[in-house]
Design a protein around this ligand. Structure first.
Ligand SMILES: *Cc1c(COP(=O)(O)O)cnc(C)c1O
Length: 366
């Protein structure tokens, strides 16, 4: 028998979260961001729940090819544009829309031979200082693109650094509006955090929102807000089973480094899940976990293939009991990936992207 660990991708949950994105984005069209193999869910699996999106945004050209192989004929946007000139050939062949974030990418386009003019999204660096042209260089780049026969349509884009936090987006909105107010073209500004927290402000949702993490049932601004607050639902379950139990006496320790010491008699369970499955090794004692749908916590260090859980609240648990590391448990039980990430000092994004290839992942059509 294979190890009992598995991951499930919930198609109904993806579709639900996409509907939530639409509800808050108003009239804007919705890009489903499916980079990083759909945030670890698998492009092909995620597509089944997200096919109602207006377009798909990603950055790996091989992932764009996989989407076209699924017969997706609608828009695909390359969020980082081309990495080298010959990528433009694939853009022409597969009709990919692409970001242009620097003058060098415009040089490549100017030298590109194509029968099909491209739709491009010119990206402004409005303060994030990652990709994009600064506001004072934006108009010149726009004029250059607009004059190229290789370009059919220029849209305008920027990305927020603090949509999830205190600083907010006003300073970047001002920089973007100042340099673009009289330029034509569709606009795209908002990521998940901006969609959820700021989409009611004028101009934020614009023509296209770029929804990523919210589609996958994680709150971009956890712990300020959780998925329940935003009306989102988990799209991935990581589950396994107990493969052993131990009775501890006061003073007994658990696992490598003996970081947990029992203060009283207690029972623990050993779960077939470790850091080689993608579970965060930095999760310390008391990271939330469900055993038979009952919330309890981990004890001691996470090992490569195993971790230990406190069975005090689940006296009936035994070898074979179902353990939910995150996602949907038995019955109505649920454990948000954000709760686990927070306890491990990281974010939901990282956990869902890190589920290891050795964990079998399958679609749950329920
Ligand atoms: C990843 C990404 C997004 C989506 O971000 P979320 O926080 O997951 O919503 C949007 N825009 C760009 C440019 C991105 O790289």
């Amino acid at each position: 028998m294979p190890r009992p660990i598995e991951a499930l991708v919930h198609v109904d949950a993806l579709a639900h979260n996409l509907r939530r994105a639409r509800a808050v984005a108003g009239d804007a069209q919705v890009w489903a961001v499916v980079k990083a193999n759909a945030y670890g869910h698998g492009i092909e699996r995620a597509f089944r729940g997200l096919r109602g999106a207006d377009g798909f945004a990603l950055l790996d050209l091989a992932e764009a090819e996989r989407l076209r192989a699924l017969d997706w004929r609608g828009p695909i946007l390359l969020l980082e544009g081309c990495f080298e000139p010959r990528d433009l050939e694939l853009c022409s062949r597969l009709d990919l829309w692409h970001v242009v974030h620097c003058d060098v990418q415009i040089d490549w386009l100017a030298a590109h031979k194509t029968h099909r003019p491209h739709r491009v999204f010119l990206k402004m660096n409005s303060g994030m200082n990652r990709l994009g042209l600064r506001p004072d260089a934006f108009r010149a780049a726009w004029a250059r693109l607009d004059a190229l026969p290789q370009v059919a349509e220029v849209s305008l884009m920027t990305h927020f650094s603090d949509a999830d936090g205190e600083r907010g987006i006003a300073h970047q909105m001002a920089a973007f509006a100042g340099a673009t107010h009289d330029l034509p073209g569709e606009r795209s500004l908002a990521n998940s955090a901006a969609v959820l927290r700021h989409a009611t402000a004028a101009g934020v949702a614009a023509d296209w929102v770029r929804a990523g993490i919210l589609l996958y049932g994680s709150a971009p601004d956890f712990p300020a807000h959780d998925i329940r607050h935003w009306g989102l639902t988990p799209t991935m379950t990581l589950r396994s089973r107990l493969i052993a139990t131990q009775h501890l006496q006061p003073g007994d320790t658990v696992g490598y480094g003996s970081t947990y010491r029992a203060g009283q008699p207690m029972r623990i369970g050993i779960v077939a899940c470790g850091y080689a499955d993608g579970y965060p090794r930095h999760a310390g004692t008391d990271t939330p976990v469900l055993v038979d749908g009952v919330r309890t916590g981990t004890v001691g260090r996470v090992s490569m293939d195993m971790l230990a859980v406190d069975l005090t609240p689940v006296p009936g648990a035994a070898i074979g009991s179902e353990v939910t590391l995150w996602g949907r448990g038995p019955g109505d039980a649920q454990l948000a990936i954000d709760d686990v990430a927070h306890a491990a000092g990281t974010i939901g994004y990282e956990l869902m992207c890190a589920v290891a290839p050795r964990v079998p992942m399958r679609v749950d059509e329920a």
